[in-house]
Each structure stands twice: as C-alpha cells, then as structure tokens.
Ligand binder design. Structure first.
Ligand code: M6R
Length: 610
C-alpha cells in the first residue's frame, strides 16, 4: 500500500504542494519518497529511501521547478526500501515518469520481453515496467498520443494499480488509471489533483471525483476527462462535495482504524493472492527439505503459526512445531541446530521476542525463513529467504487484516508444499485453489451481511464478565485469536481452549448464562464432536453463541445466538472467514465499553522489548 499524488496548477510550483500532500499520505507507507516535476521540457526528480521529513531535510523536496508533477510515498512490496527502488520510475529516455500503488502481477514476463527489446531496468520494482511499456508502445506506434500510449500500456498490465504518469513530451497533462487500488481526483479553483485518497488534497479542495476500476483519467489545467480503459468510451461523472474533516479522511470515513482495517480484508486478501510465486516456491523448498520445522511468533502471528501447523500437516504431511517466540530459547535453545528450519512470522518484523528466537537459532546455524508485513525490517535482513505479506500498513494496535493475510500466505505455502510432495490429489488441489481465490468475496459477504448482527450481539452481551472461546482442529487458532482480540481491545477477560480440552477442567467455570463462543465450520471431522461439546456446555446452562456456516440447522437449533458465514468453506481455509465475526465482536464490544479500540491501554503496535 503506497500513496500516490499528482497536481496540475494554473500558477506556481507544484513541488511544495506535492510534498505537503505526501505527508498526509505517509500513513500508507514511509519506506521512501519521491517527487518529479516538469519544467520547460525537462523532467526533474528528487527521491530517496527514508521518511519524508528525513529525505526533505537532506534534499529539499520543495526545490523543484514546474507547475505539473507527481509524487509517491512507498510501502515496499517488490524490491527493498532503497533509493533505487523509490518512485517515480522512468523509461530509458527519462522522459516518461510513473508513480504507482499496487502490484503488477505479470511484471516478470513484461520485464523479460522489454529487456529482450533492449530496455534497461535499474530497480527491482514491478512498477518500472510501466514507463518502459509506455515507451515501447510509443516507439511501435509513432502516431500515438501520450494518452493513447498509456492506454495501450495499461491494457497489458495484470494486477492492481493506481498510477499517475507524466511525460516531458506532453507536459500539460497527467494521465491516471485505476484497477483495484484507490484513486480519486480533486477539483480545485486553480488546480487539479489526483491521489490515493482524499486526505492528500482535502486542505486545498473538498470537490472530489471517485475513479472506478477500469478507468483512465486525463488531467489538464482545463479540467478532467474520464475514459473507460476497455473501449475508451467517455464516462461522465461530476465532482461531489466531501464534508469530511482531515481526520475522518485518513480513516476514509470509518470511526476507527480497526474498523477500516477489518473492512479492508477483501482487498488485502486479494493482494496476497498476487504473491510472487518464486518466493513461495523457494520457502516451500526449504520447508520440504527441513528435518524439523519451528513456526515462531508472538500474539496474533503465533495464532497464524498454529493454524499453519494444521495446514502443513493436513495438506503436505509436514510436521511443524508452533512455538511462542518468548519461550523458544528456553524450550529449544539447546537443541535447535543446523538441521532445523525456523519460519519466523511477524507483522512488524521487529518484535524483540521473535528476534531473540531467530538470533539464538542463527547462532546454532539453523536456517531462518521470514514472513512479515515490513520489507526492510530486521526480520527481512536476518532471513535466508523472506516473503512480504502485502497487507499494507496496519495502524490499529490490534492485528486484524495482517492476521488473515498471514493465514492466506501460509495456506499458499502449504499448497506449494503439498504439490511438491504429491500428497493430495490434483482435483483436491484445484478445488482448494478455487476456494482460496473466492475468499475475498466470502469475507466481503460476511462483513456486508453479518456486521449489524454482531453489533447487536455486543449490545446483548456487553455486561458479560467473561467469555469462553472454543474450537477444534485448525479453529483452535481461531478461538485463541477471538479471545486475544476481545481481551486486548475491550478488556473483557476471556478463555480459549481446544473444545475437547474444556471438559478436562475449564468446564467447571460454567454456570447459567456463561457465554461460550463456538467456532463451528461444517467441513472436516470436527463438526460432530463439536456438537457434543456444545451439548455439554448447554446442559450446564451456558449461553451458546456460535459461528456457523449458512444452513447449519443442527448447531443453529442448539445456539442462543449465531452468526453465519457462507457455505462450503474447506476446513484448512476456515480460520480466515470464521475470524471476521470475532474481530467485529471485539470491536463493537470495545465501543459498548466506551474504550478506544485503536489504542488499547498498556499495548504497543510493535513490542521491541523482551
Ligand atoms: O509484529 P508482530 O506480528 O511480531 O507482533 C506480534 C504481537 O505483538 C501482536 O500480534 C500482538 O499480539 C497484537 N496486539 C495482536 O493484536
């Protein structure tokens, strides 16, 4: 998730405006920053790695001439957070300039064919193919205008993009295009803007035009023109007046980041489906060859590891050991060795306990693999191979979208491993792959249809003093995660166990009205046994709240309350949809309690002390 911005002014210099606007977008990423302007047929660029203020301090980002320009603040996905990978990117001639937010899925193929045609690339980014593709299109079609060349080039892109392109040859315009990454146009008295979101131009104008997927926009000082990419048909759309405050705009109208991030999950899951296959393959090769595999993490990331241990076992017959990073050195510090493989999972890549486990393992010559949301973090530097989970910055302290992204990446690793090991049939693999592709829609449907219901549940149970979360198999991890969310965000003491364990002790807590949340997927062998566990609790007067698949009449009949997710979810993928109602429940319980879900007391987003 990066931030892009562009502006065309009737008078004055664009650079200071771009600089200020990028500051408003810095929450979308701050690995590097760059600005390009056009002046007298010249392209001027300043860019570097680091936060905007630090780069500005050294380069003076305001000091670029010209009234037309674009800018970018980066959240690294392809290529480390280095100057060479910072946007804007240019073609061979340096005349065509692009800033981009998204992931070009087919960049490797495009890059190879452009290199064969003589194009020279300098960065490791996917974005750099775009200016070269535009350059190549113009070379092949000399009569094309700049707009036509951009149009033809974007037609060749697969994946997600919001981009803004300028050219020294037609310096009076900015061309933008959108597919699955946000893009909005701002219409001012003396200026036109394009940006990843409204925050960037709200101090200058509150007139905005939302751009849809598959649309291209031509901005000139005279106005904007929207065209459909598929057939270049004109789209007429008037600006709307937006009455958001800048604070509301950063949260895109949501009252809290946590809710915004819960709602972002269909998009972030879609992003994880665009992972670079090469890295997934590499990591699964290491896992395949390992003698012993430890999955090491803290908090929510540990729950993702726990779920992954079921995925690896069920799909690839690979035994793996999820370990709390804070316990790793005590538990395995003496035995971990050259034959051990550590897959460290960490949203921030900086958690001290996780790094402690990694350092200990490294000293004993184990192989370190990483899964993180922060490219450039310590974890990426100490890993033999790492993979970025592509969730974009998560600002709410509670991990929500980063959890489901981790699960998605880990499931894809399990698929690859399974393929390598030939453990399940091709038919089953195809079925799972299709279900996986469909998960973003499934999650979208849950949010759309169940959020209000969950909100009402929070009202009903707002005074409950304690909750029990129970699940079986892979959904033990979902139960743990539901408990963690409710405790950390709404401060409600909660207990979670594998449902089978509840009768070995915890059941003694149950008395009439005690709320027990069951996670009940239909697929797999756990459903029947879980019904037995529900009966045990019900017989003792517990209030049963169940998360069920649509049409699960058996569990519905036993439940005091239920939340439904769509039918037909394979067991190994079920934590992704089943956790969504639990995230929403924690959020609405926090609101019921009158506490701020974005800033739970005593917690930090990244825990860098042991
Ligand atoms: O950045 P990491 O994934 O390493 O962070 C691990 C935990 O600190 C984190 O998941 C924490 O438990 C969150 N508060 C969960 O919402």
């Amino acid at each position: 998730m990066c931030g892009i911005f562009g502006c065309i002014l009737k008078n004055g210099n664009a650079a200071p405006i771009i600089h200020t606007s990028l500051k408003c977008l810095e929450y979308r990423g701050y690995d590097s920053v760059g600005i390009a302007t056009l002046n007298n047929g010249q392209v001027n660029i300043k860019k570097d790695q680091g936060k905007i203020d630090d780069v500005h301090h050294i380069l003076n980002l305001d000091d670029l001439p010209g009234s037309v320009g674009v800018g970018h603040t980066r959240w690294a996905t392809h290529g480390a957070p280095l100057k060479v990978n910072a946007h804007p990117h240019v073609d061979c001639s340096g005349q065509i300039v692009v800033v981009h937010n998204g992931i070009v899925e087919n960049y490797a193929e495009l890059k190879e064919s452009l290199e064969n045609l003589g194009h020279t690339f300098v960065s490791r980014t996917d974005t750099e193919v775009i200016p070269h593709l535009i350059e190549e299109t113009q070379k092949k079609n000399p009569s094309f205008t700049f707009t036509e060349a951009v149009l033809e080039a974007v037609k060749k892109l697969a994946g997600s993009y919001a981009l803004a392109v300028i050219s020294a040859n037609e310096p009076d315009k900015i061309i933008c295009a959108r597919n699955e990454s946000p893009l909005v146009i701002g219409v001012g008295e003396d200026a036109l803007y394009c940006a990843s979101d409204l925050t960037a131009f709200l101090p200058m104008t509150n007139k905005a035009v939302m751009i849809n997927d598959g649309e291209l926009v031509i901005l000139t000082s005279g106005g904007y023109e929207i065209r459909r990419i598929a057939d270049f048909a004109v789209v007429v759309r008037e600006p709307k007046v937006i009455d958001w405050t800048p604070e509301m705009a950063v949260k895109q109208g949501y009252p809290h980041f946590m809710l915004k991030e819960i709602h972002e999950q269909p998009a972030t899951l879609r992003n994880t489906l665009r992972m670079q296959g090469h890295y997934l393959d590499l990591i699964s090769t290491f896992l395949d060859r390992a003698n012993e595999v430890f999955l090491v993490a803290c908090g929510t990331s540990y729950h993702a590891c726990l779920a992954a241990s079921y995925m690896f076992s069920k799909l690839a017959f690979l035994p793996s050991y999820p370990v709390y990073a804070s316990e790793f050195v005590e538990q395995h510090g003496k035995s971990v060795n050259i034959d051990s493989t550590i897959l460290a999972v960490s949203q921030s890549g900086e958690t001290a306990d996780m790094l402690g486990a990694v350092t200990c393992s490294q000293q004993r010559a184990a192989t370190i693999l990483g899964l993180t949301n922060a490219i450039g973090s310590t974890l990426t530097r100490v890993s033999r191979v790492y993979i970025g989970q592509q969730s974009g910055p998560e600002i709410g302290v509670a991990a929500t979208k980063t959890f489901t992204s981790q699960l998605s990446v880990l499931a894809q690793l399990a698929f690859r491993l399974s393929n390598k090991r030939g453990k399940i049939s091709q038919d089953e693999m195809d079925y799972l792959a299709e279900k996986m592709e469909h998960l973003p829609q499934t999650v979208e449907a849950i949010i759309l249809t169940q959020e209000e219901k969950v909100k009402q549940l929070a009202k009903k149970y707002r005074d409950a003093k304690i909750f029990f979360f129970l699940g079986r198999g892979i959904n033990t991890a979902t139960a743990y995660e539901g408990r963690l969310k409710l405790m950390e965000i709404a401060y409600v003491p909660s207990i979670a166990f594998p449902a089978g364990e509840s009768k070995h002790g915890p059941i003694s807590l149950i008395e009439p009205g005690f709320p027990v949340i069951f996670i009940c997927p239909k697929d797999g062998v756990t459903h029947k046994t879980l019904i037995g566990n529900i009966m045990e609790m019900k017989a003792r007067g517990a209030s049963i709240i169940s998360i069920i698949e649509e049409g699960d009449e058996e569990v519905k009949a036993l439940s005091d309350d239920y939340v439904e997710v769509p039918k037909g979810i394979p067991e190994v993928l079920s934590p992704i949809p089943f956790v969504i109602p639990l995230q929403l429940f924690a959020y609405y319980m926090a609101l019921e309690k009158g506490v701020n879900p974005d800033m739970p007391r005593n917690l930090a987003k990244s825990v860098t002390v042991k």
